[in-house]
Design a protein around this ligand. Structure first.
Ligand code: AMP
Length: 380
């Protein structure tokens, strides 16, 4: 019996554990919160990632370790990797944790990125703003997620406010300034690389964010074959360069047909949740197959799928369950403002049928705004 250890016990760990049950796998989750929602399906070690005694107990009970959370301290990942196999490797994790290291790697690999600069002082910020121009975004290099740790600079007069908001973090997690991309679309590639180097990717996904948090995903994205090939090429280069093992997501901005890389998420990703019902093999099962060295599953899509995130609280399930291709995921979390508490996936055989299902669900739940951009894209 193989036990997979997962650092982080949120909904990603929960969906990994659910997808691993048919494979006969056992799981052990480590999280500092005793009520982490993966704990409803898997035994837990409750402890801080820096607590060596807790990590040692975790290591002693598992065969292989992976992550639901990318901000695990790299020293903890390293410590663990000296005791059990850890995938993705601590090196890949460390690169993806740092926006500056990851953007530098993108550039080295010839993957286009928005203009960026490392910021260590207020003088650096002024100089970078003079070079990059406005609008721009000041971001923390580490520990930012879902739009947190970011300040939008609309004109150079905002520089002082940006520095007041984030300047203190220049010497702790570090800062990076990025040019603001006036993109037409946000896309992501969810892909995987096996222990033997085999690479596979799902088709491109189009994503819509509200206040920096994912709101809806459509797959396959309405994109021509050349764009998909370019995106997959970027993902493959990255995975090879990092000797990556497991599933990851590469987030991209699309402006005038050009793809610019935003960030690499070294784990299963919210923009891949649609693969549970919308693809031959889900990102969760394939991540487990990759880290265990099993044959990778097919990434073929089954029609057209849209995932809607539920943020803050769960709406009424019936509107989705009533749909022929409607699937409901409640993460078993307490409602809280801004918290991802669940999602729904609608699947259909044609773009038109998917648009109709979305219209019905949006209307029944009073969420017309959430579904509108997806319907518009589907009706092209
Ligand atoms: P991130 O945490 O970097 O994924 O940012 C969250 C969201 O903020 C992205 O999905 C975009 O919608 C927006 N965003 C981040 N960086 C940029 C940028 N350089 N230009 C335009 N929008 C951005």
């Amino acid at each position: 019996m193989t036990t997979v250890g997962i650092l982080g016990g949120g909904q990603l760990a929960r969906m990994l554990a659910l997808s691993g049950a048919p494979l006969g796998l056992r799981f052990l989750v480590m999280d500092s919160a005793a009520d982490a929602c993966a704990g409803q399906f898997a035994p837990m070690v409750v402890g801080d990632y820096r607590d060596t005694a807790a990590l040692a107990e975790f290591a002693s009970r598992i065969d292989v370790a992976t992550f639901d959370f990318e901000n695990v301290p790299s020293e903890s990942a390293q410590w663990l990797s000296e005791r059990v196999p850890v995938f993705p490797s601590p090196r890949a994790l460390a690169t993806a944790q740092d926006r500056l290291a990851e953007k530098t790697l993108f550039v080295e690999l010839g993957i286009p990125v928005p203009p960026f600069a490392a910021i260590a002082s207020r003088e650096d910020l002024d100089a970078a703003l003079a070079r990059i121009g406005t609008p721009a975004i000041l971001k923390t290099r580490r520990l930012g997620y879902d739009g947190k740790g970011q300040f939008r600079i609309r004109s150079s007069e905002d520089a002082g406010a940006a520095w007041t908001a984030l300047g203190a973090q220049a010497t702790t997690v570090g800062l990076i300034l990025e040019g603001f991309v006036a993109f037409q679309r946000e896309l992501s590639v969810v892909a995987m690389r096996g222990r033997d180097g085999e690479f596979r990717a799902w088709p491109l996904t189009e994503n819509w964010h509200v206040d920096g948090v994912l709101s809806a995903s459509l797959a396959p994205a309405m994109a021509d074959a050349a764009l998909v090939e370019t995106a997959h090429g970027h993902a493959r280069k990255l995975a090879d360069a990092l000797d990556y093992v497991g599933v990851f997501a590469l987030e991209l901005f699309c402006r005038d047909g050009v793809l610019l890389a935003n960030e690499l998420a070294p784990r299963v990703h919210n923009s891949g949740h649609w693969t549970i019902e919308g693809a031959e093999t889900s990102q969760f099962e394939n991540h487990l197959r990759a880290v265990l060295g099993l044959p990778l599953g097919a990434t073929r899509v089954l029609g057209h799928a849209c995932m809607l995130n539920w943020i803050g609280s769960m709406p009424d399930a019936n509107a989705v369950l009533r749909e022929a291709g409607g699937h409901w995921h409640d993460y078993g979390k307490d409602p809280r403002k801004g918290r991802k508490v669940g999602h729904a996936t609608l699947r259909a055989d044609s773009p038109d049928q998917l648009a109709e299902a979305l219209r019905r669900v949006g209307e029944a739940l009073g969420r017309g705004e959430q579904v509108a951009p997806v319907i518009e894209r589907l009706r092209g």
